[in-house]
Design a protein around this ligand. Structure first.
Ligand SMILES: [Zn+2]
Length: 122
């Protein structure tokens, strides 16, 4: 029994050693004429790594473009919302719709919205 002998099949291999093992396997497969297998595996691994990153960046790009910062048309409370969504003003409780970079009141279909254009005072 010699516990000090280097064991190549240790479970807790250092990271570099395990990477070297992967590279060695790849080289071995390549020398056996299975380079295509290594290449396709690398493509799949690459896609598996790149796809979530691209998706994540794309999502943030979309979010940055879609987030609208505007004031509530009722009480001028600053609000944030995603384009095309509906939000409720946390100050006055008015239901608002985010439409092309603007906040508009989401009034029910039968409501007539009256805007005072000119107020005449005596
Ligand atoms: Zn409001």
């Amino acid at each position: 029994m010699n516990n000090n002998s280097p064991n190549l099949f240790q479970v807790n291999l250092p990271r570099v050693q395990s990477w070297l093992t992967i590279v060695a396997i790849c080289l071995l497969l390549g020398s056996l004429g299975l380079g295509w297998l290594v290449k396709s595996a690398l493509v799949i691994i690459g896609l598996a790594i790149i796809t979530p990153i691209v998706g994540f960046l794309g999502f943030f790009w979309w979010l940055r473009r879609s987030i609208v910062e505007a004031e509530c048309p009722v009480c001028s409370n600053p609000l944030q919302g995603v384009n095309g969504s509906e939000i409720q003003c946390n100050n006055c409780g008015e239901l608002l719709k985010v439409d092309r970079g603007q906040l508009v009141r989401d009034t029910p279909p039968d409501t007539i919205d009256v805007i005072a254009v000119e107020v005449i005072k005596d």
